[in-house]
Ligand binder design. Structure first.
Ligand code: 4AD
Ligand code: MG
Length: 463
């Protein structure tokens, strides 16, 4: 029997010519002439196409009349060493079967380049472009590398719930989950909605972070990580924000902030290096098409230690350059994109900032002795800005409870979280890596909508 072979394995030289084979895929281009037709075929296994050669003396020649860019075909023939330049092997076809034609008058992806904006409108077809093929293959590689990294270190993958009653970040940017009728919900005597009658018997929302549950895991299994979708109903229409994004959240018992920074830096370098080693063809394409500095920039991040500064040190630097900022910096202000970018370019690479003022950070962060700052850490990346946010956690019950009360968080909503500090508490730390921010960095794409298959942003949930 003749085997269906992936184009990647043929081009990688895994099959020695001459050999009878079958390939299946989508036509990228077809060139026809009186004596011979050439088809560039792609099956998604690699960004590279294989060349099909169809001579006029084969039955397949006639069929080519109905083949145009975008058609899906099965081709059978002999793998031979290529005569032409640009490829090592090609296929001399003797039979071609059309699975699906693509009317050239109507098929939106003709061979000419399309803008990324246009491709977003046809997100159902854009995986068939070189760009999105590359991005989607690299997304897979990065997801796989994340599991590899943590598994090699003995971390356990833990699944945090997607429907929850808590607001881990305390930012109130949550999507409600309910089965109550919107037009006429049951109400309490004071007019408020009676969530006791809702599906879960309480008010629930889509999770903004799996961290609180990951902490429960770390306080039993030692080192865990979550990797799942998270949701934020913030109305930020920026190239860095999605309403639905994937987050990786490791949580480690007995880690302090320094161990936390070390792990985060090691992980980012591992992932970037993994991309350099395992996504060569896709990276070369993206480097060539969009960003000539991409591969150099990835390499430079792997090679150098990240700069580590406290928030206070960073503010001292920034104040010196206040004249050039739209938002002036003083101690206590939350840093804006322009300040993060400045710090990164000032130091020529990634910067880790720690010990932020407590009033701009979440309730769970460990409080410093100074009473003003918490053991937070943010990692700022060239192009991206914040790629990781994390902290050492407050493990002291009384201190945690006083922050919960100060920030007006309902104690009854997170009694289970507080319980871990009452029973066998321990120092621990963790962080969250935004998967799409990582993807922006490794692909060199500039809009976060172009590194996730089907982006969810304000006023946009098509496909
Ligand atoms: O800084 P954030 O809000 O931290 C947390 O959620 C913590 N619970 C993490 C932890 O300590 N376990 O979010 C973490 C990261 C950010 O640094 C950013 O990379 C990404 O998640 N992120 C977003 N990515 C895309 N779209 C958004 N709207 C994002 N919000 C945060
Ligand atoms: Mg953050």
């Amino acid at each position: 029997m003749i085997e269906h072979t992936s184009i990647k394995s043929l081009l990688k030289g895994e099959v020695a010519p001459p050999r009878n084979i079958i390939v299946k895929g989508w036509v990228r281009t077809i060139r026809t002439s009186k004596n011979v037709n050439f088809i560039a075929l792609n099956d998604g296994s690699t960004i590279l196409n294989i060349q099909l050669v169809i001579d006029s003396n084969t039955p397949a020649f006639e069929i080519c009349q109905n083949i145009s860019t975008g058609a899906c075909i099965r081709a059978e023939g002999t793998l031979v060493a290529s005569q032409g330049k640009g490829q090592s092997v090609e296929i001399q076809c003797n039979s071609v079967v059309i699975y699906g034609t693509a009317d050239p008058e109507k098929y939106p992806l003709q061979k000419k380049g399309h803008t990324l904006e246009f491709l977003r409108e046809i997100a159902h077809l854009r995986p068939r472009t070189n760009t999105f093929g590359a991005v989607l293959r690299m997304r897979h590689q990065m997801a796989f590398a994340i599991h590899q990294f943590f598994n090699d270190k003995g971390f356990f993958y833990m699944h945090a719930p997607i429907v929850t009653g808590s607001d881990a970040e305390g930012a109130g940017e949550m999507f409600k989950v309910t089965t109550l009728p919107l037009e006429n919900p049951p109400r309490n005597t004071d007019g408020s909605i009676n969530y006791m009658e809702d599906f879960f018997g309480k008010a629930t929302n889509l999770t903004v972070s799996g961290q609180l549950e990951a902490e429960l895991g770390a306080l039993a299994l030692g080192n865990v990580y979550t990797f799942g979708p998270t949701f934020r109903a913030e109305n930020s229409n920026t190239p860095r924000h999605l309403a639905e994004f994937w987050m990786i959240e490791p949580e480690m018992a007995f880690y302090d902030i320094h161990d936390n920074m070390d792990l985060a830096e090691e992980m980012l370098k591992y992932l970037i290096n993994y991309a350099l080693q395992n996504s060569k063809d896709d990276l070369e394409f993206l480097n060539q098409m969009y960003d000539k500095e991409l591969i150099t920039r990835l390499q430079s991040v792997v090679d150098k230690p990240f700069i580590r500064l406290t928030y206070t040190e960073a503010v001292e630097i920034l104040i010196g350059f206040n004249a050039q900022f739209e938002f002036k910096v003083e101690w206590g202000t939350d840093l804006q994109k322009e300040h993060e970018n400045f710090l990164v370019s000032h130091h020529g690479g990634p910067v880790i900032l720690t010990d932020y003022p407590k009033h701009i950070k979440a309730f769970y962060m460990k409080q410093n002795e100074d009473g003003k700052t918490v053991r937070a850490m943010d990692i700022l990346f060239p192009w991206i800005g914040e790629i990781i946010g994390g902290s050492q956690r407050e493990e002291n019950y009384d201190k945690l409870l006083s922050r919960v009360t100060e920030m007006g968080i309902d104690e009854d909503e997170i009694w289970w979280y507080l319980d871990t500090r009452r029973f066998g508490t321990c120092p621990h730390a963790g962080f969250g890596l935004g998967f799409e921010r990582l993807m922006l960095f490794v692909t060199g794409m500039t809009n976060i909508r172009d590194v996730i298959p089907f982006p969810r942003t304000p006023k946009n949930a098509e496909f």
